[in-house]
Design a protein around this ligand. Structure first.
Ligand code: K7E
Ligand code: CUA
Length: 654
């Protein structure tokens, strides 16, 4: 050893470095299995809520195992359990454009208290038909959807403030807005710069019941607002948005929206803007938009059409809204746990730009303004830019923080995760991620105190990672251990839809408060049947209401006669069980609708319009007991003009 020369020592060190930079390993490290293995019957440490993109829903996974626990239906009709088909849930999909049974979910935002997740609700946006949904974490059900008016597709949504005071929704696609505003306007697309507008919507959340309300909107230049984040800690009264297309192009954006060297970052003091709105500034405009809420007593969703919204102009909120010069065509924007740093992924470059909140405040104090854009002051770049992270990979998209002074970004083009120091801006580690990661997350990464430990990359391209399933494949997630200095790949797991964004909550925040079944005595569905002897079939003109019960292992009634071709038959099925995880299903031959899954103590309704005479079998679709197969019945359908009377019952009743 004493013979080792300096040069050899360097070579050896290089060899050792490359040996341990098996960080590019496609297959994970050796003890990975132990770190992700959750023995049978044991639970994961985290719930992971993943937006499904064009699945329109939110799917739930356990971390670290990657096990798929559930899919929460949100903006898509889901025949699996009748969501969006059952009469109780249909109204949740109503919009001013009518019944829209599909959505594109992008951003998951857990409710927060004092900058930390509180386990009450999950909010998620539909990018296409602008709306926000609220999911109740006690039931994992969608309890509310709210349409966002005066807005094209909204992508920078529904970001949530430190105490869930507001959700913010910013338009990605600008649209022309008539003056006075309303539901649409017919102008040439070429008049984009003159007639089109972007819109920032501030949605207030009722702390008691979670109900959302469009509190006010701010009309902004027709850029494409892409991502947003509320501040934390000292910056908590601010909200920040990236945007691209400050060129205001309306065609071939891939070229025309990449002309300028820098785009603009929008910063709004939402607290100040809200105070100004509440003083009555701006204009209250008429515009119709749907607001759908599940009544907690009846568990029936009802639509209310809202007619008005307050719209502010930038000139109304002087001193509360600024542009910062930003990197060219940026994507993600993320605020560090302390609230001191705001980082932006420059998707067309290889850098992450980090702003200092203090510098922004100083620039505002010193009126360090270079120009104005549509009346919005632009702060001087050199005085607000804290640092550039160089070598952040090609195509940095999103950033997340571990709470220990490090930022991590995905690099879409070079397929990697890059770790850097917030203090120095120096890259300290990088790891390949297969392939083309978009968002990434660290549990609690957008709270004041991230839980650290894991990092999940949401990869856009799957290719050879799993057994092939034809030309279409699930997307792939990758779980990394970030507890040490270097990232370690632990697990790949496939996920539904196109996951854009994910949030992990500690299991203990959610699992203890779960609703296991509904109390039958508190079921106030207008069509509930609490006892078998109350089951009935009632005709009123062409409408027939079937009040049916289900319990192991029969329906009451299970024989029904007197239905006629052309009737509208409403089945209302109450599950009489009062025990965890004993749902019953309902399916009827040829019903042009979905089946139902009815949770114990709940009532679900579905409409059937028989078109032909015959005798139609129905049955329970959920294997509920050893006599589940026997859980079946018949409906007799007679000609329109027949005089067969309504008759129903079980066994000898009929
Ligand atoms: Cu980057 Cu819609 Cu947040 Cu996809 S978004 S990646
Ligand atoms: Cu009830 Cu099967």
């Amino acid at each position: 050893m004493s013979l080792l020369t300096g040069g050899m020592a360097v070579l050896l060190a290089m060899f050792m470095f490359s040996a341990c930079s098996s960080n590019d390993s496609k297959t994970g490290n050796n003890d990975a299995a132990n770190q992700v293995y959750i023995p049978p019957g044991k639970h994961d440490q985290f719930y992971s809520f993943m937006s499904g993109g064009w699945s329109g829903n939110v799917s739930v996974y356990g971390i670290p195992s990657g096990r798929h626990l559930y899919t929460i239906p949100v903006f898509s009709q889901t025949p699996m359990n009748g969501y969006g088909y059952a009469s109780e849930t249909k109204a949740l999909l109503n919009t001013s454009s009518g019944f829209v049974p599909w959505g594109d979910t992008h951003h998951i935002q857990p409710s927060k208290t004092d900058g930390m997740y509180d386990g009450r609700w999950i909010f998620v946006n539909d990018r296409n038909t602008p709306r926000i949904a609220r999911i109740n974490l006690k039931t994992f059900r969608t309890d509310e959807t709210l349409e966002i008016p005066n807005t094209g597709g909204q992508h920078a949504s529904p970001f949530c403030s430190s105490n869930t005071e507001y959700l913010s929704a910013a338009s990605e696609y600008s649209i022309p807005l008539p003056k006075p505003m309303g539901n649409g306007v017919d102008v040439p697309i070429s008049s984009y710069k003159k007639n089109f507008h972007g819109m920032i919507s501030m949605v207030k959340v009722n702390q008691h019941n979670g109900h959302m309300k469009v509190d006010f909107q701010i009309e902004v230049p027709p850029f494409d607002y892409d991502l947003g984040r509320f501040g934390l800690g000292e910056s908590k009264n601010w909200v920040f948005y990236t945007d691209y297309n400050s060129e205001e192009a309306h065609s071939l954006l891939e070229v025309n929206a990449s002309q300028k060297d820098k785009d603009l970052v929008l910063a709004i003091n939402w607290k100040k803007a809200a105070a100004i709105a509440h003083q009555g500034k701006g204009t209250v405009v008429s515009t119709d938009y749907d607001h759908n809420i599940v009544n907690p007593r009846t568990r029936w969703a009802k639509t209310t059409v809202e007619h008005k919204v307050r719209v502010l102009q930038p000139s109304d909120i002087k001193g509360a809204m600024y542009f910062l010069p930003g990197p060219k065509s940026p994507h993600g924007i993320n605020v560090s746990p302390s609230g001191k740093y705001i980082s932006i992924g420059g998707k067309l470059s290889s850098t992450v730009t980090v702003y200092s909140y203090n510098d922004i405040q100083n620039a505002i104090k010193n009126h360090d303004v270079t120009k104005t854009v549509d009346g919005i002051p632009v702060l001087s770049f050199k005085n607000v830019e804290a640092k550039q992270v160089k070598k952040a990979g090609l195509g940095p998209l999103h950033i997340e923080y571990d709470g220990k002074g490090y930022g991590y970004n995905t690099a879409f083009i070079s397929s990697e995760i890059v770790k850097w120091s917030l203090k120095t801006g120096k890259v300290v580690d990088r790891h390949a991620s297969y392939y083309s990661p978009g968002h990434l997350t660290i549990p609690g990464g957008d709270t004041r105190k991230p839980y650290g430990k894991y990092l999940i990359a949401l990869n856009k391209i799957t290719k050879d990672r799993y057994l092939p399933t034809g030309p279409e494949m699930f997307a792939g997630e990758q779980l990394f251990d970030i507890s040490g200095d270097r990232m370690k790949l632990l697990l790949d797991f496939p996920v539904e839809g196109e996951p854009h964004n994910v949030a992990e909550l500690p299991a203990s925040l959610i699992d203890t408060g779960q609703v296991k079944y509904f109390d039958l005595s508190k079921n106030h569905n207008p069509y509930v049947t609490r006892k078998e002897k109350d089951a009935k079939v009632v005709r009123k003109g062409n409408r027939v209401d079937v009040y049916m019960t289900a319990i192991r292992s029969h329906f009451v009634p299970d024989n029904i006669e007197g239905i006629k071709v052309g009737d509208e038959v409403h089945f209302h099925i109450t599950n009489l069980e009062q025990e965890w995880d004993i749902p019953h299903g309902f399916a009827l031959k040829g019903m042009q609708n979905a089946g139902l899954l009815i949770i114990p103590g709940d009532t679900r309704s579905i409409v059937w319009k028989p078109k032909k005479i015959g005798v139609y079998p129905f049955y329970c679709t959920d294997f509920c007991s050893a006599l589940h197969q026997e859980m079946q019945g018949y409906v007799r359908v007679s000609p329109r003009n027949s005089d067969v009377k309504i008759k129903y019952g079980t066994n000898k009743d009929l």
